[in-house]
Design a protein around this ligand. Sequence first.
Ligand SMILES: O=P(O)(O)OC[C@H]1O[C@H](O)[C@H](O)[C@@H](O)[C@@H]1O
Length: 282
Amino acid sequence: MTDQIEMAELHGQPVIKLQTPDGAVALISLFGAQVLSWTPAGGEDRLYLSPKAVFDGETAIRGGVPVCFPQFGELGTLPKHGFARKQRWEVTNTRPGKDFTLVTLRLVDNEETRALWPHAFAAEMSIAIGAGRLDIEFEVENTGDTPFSFTAALHTYLKVKEVEAVRIEGLRGLEYRDCVDGNTPKLEMNTSVIIEEKVDRIYHGMPPALLVHEDHRTLGIHAENCPDVVIWNPWEHKCANLADMPADGFRHMLCVEAAVVRQPVELAAGESWWGRQSLVAM
Ligand SMILES: O=P(O)(O)OC[C@H]1O[C@H](O)[C@H](O)[C@@H](O)[C@@H]1O
């Protein structure tokens, strides 16, 4: 490990801390290969981590960037959002650069994953920070001799000052499935999407960039190979029913998730797939 990359603990769980020479910092939990915190150089943390998140090495951690794999949500027979967010990943590579710092974590099938999903795979999560950006690349390889398919998401919890003051730009013209309205297909007509009630939508055809505006700052979100984008805020009632969220937590978070959901990824033996989400502080 170096000055830019060190092992640490957060609430008793092992995390890896990345820093860049100009002062950007990220914390990544080995449990779930989950980015828990990302502070661009000279800025504030841009990821929401619930103050009531559970750190017991078994429960999914509420906040940061959980990975949903090999199933998004309840769109299949596996536990919700699959198992990758509840597995311990191994650090396989670290790279400190002049203006970036990178770590790669790896998860391969094991007895527990095979009991749920009978496939041989190797997954890699590469997380890099630069002065004002966070890049997360998720790669999956079929290491077995039969094909499999999966859905996935980088379930990013953005930290916002007040969710009702947020405007999301870039979704206009996209079809979406409205999960709070019986999965009805709809068309986004708004140039700026605002959040003032429970929202759970899967938009299809992720544009090259989304902008999340707040009064005092903007975040750019760029995804590659992730054709869907999920927007989620539980709002007051659902939030009150989430044991690992404070009652007003929904006001300070917004999930914008780079996803591959409508059309599952099909991988033949030996094939691999990757998807990436980049956040750029503006
Ligand atoms: O509570 P979790 O299992 O982490 O899921 C949290 C949320 O994830 C996604 O955004 C889904 O679209 C929501 O329907 C779900 O409630």
